[in-house]
Ligand binder design. Sequence first.
Ligand code: KG4
Ligand code: ZN
Length: 355
Amino acid sequence: MSERSTLILAIETSCDETAAAVVRDGRYVLSNVVASQSALHAPFGGVFPEVASRQHVRDIHPVILSALSSAGHGWGDLDDVAVTRGPGLSGALLVGVNAAKGISMATGLPLLGVHHIAGHIASHRLCVDGRMFEPDEAPPVDYPPLPHVALVVSGGHSELYLVRTFGSIEHIGGTLDDAAGEAFDKAARMLGLGYPGGPAIQAAAEGGDPTAFRLPVGRTDGPLDLSFSGLKTALLRLIEGMRDSDAPLPVADLTASFQAAVAKALSLRVVRALEAHPEARAVLVSGGVAANVALRAALKDATSLPVRFPPLALCTDNAAMIAAAAHIGLCEDAPEVAARAGLDLDVMASLPLGA
Ligand code: KG4
Ligand code: ZN
């Protein structure tokens, strides 16, 4: 990929995080501001789309200004403004896209529309060994390695890709029903553990026995596809069965077993993906669920290839990853990842990648 010197302001509002970031040369995060709406959606046990859109409207302006000021830059220093155009919640995406258009109109900065999942994959261009690059630190040669298997696991997505180059991404598998993060969120709701469910389940599982309950890994016809609906139902049946007794629910064992089942389901698909694509040189995991400790351990046990996870701030939704993807769109022919757009840029609630 031919590198280009850029200073990109990126905006991300696809779900329940209002985010803006300034990234230099597609590698160096100068600022990465996120206003999370988790507390606002907690009473609903999941993201309430209308509430999300309205909160983005309130937060977008201060978040963008904060990203600029903590990067130590003004409008005149920027080269481009990039924004997530999909997939995501339409009403939420519209807030970011319209903010980016307003900036483009007022400043003359060129606009880039970015694919959210490609952003998660591109988050690995901002970090190495689980930490962000220091300013001007030379990235390792040929990093992240290509081709690689990318596992994107978040509240909205559980997908597997073979990334040959960023301009040649192939979708090789994914969930047929719930996303992994959604499964965590629903399991947490069943156990009354709050939202977001992933961190709550992880905390509750500490000290629990992951082998205490046998939960299904979710068989699918396609060997690289995933299904979490059977696991969810199995957990619900277990809980309902136990509620009849007077004994308190064994929450630590239940959550540890649930978490182990999700980790096993995902690592099994990664192993199969590597068998089907022996040319892959690494496994790159991203999305909110990449923060999960049980998943991290299971994936590292599953293969001798390097398995990489971004630091926490780049796992969950953020705008730095959108800037990284935008930089790729500027440096190579990868229109699915990011492309120049006009003021008629529209949002796409569903937007395939590498189909
Ligand atoms: O990537 P993300 O911030 O937003 C989406 O694009 O969906 O991911 C949020 C999801 C939530 O479902 C949350 O429960 C899950 O990531 N999550 C975790 C952990 N931290 C966040 N799941 C499992 N373990 C965690 N430690
Ligand atoms: Zn995401």
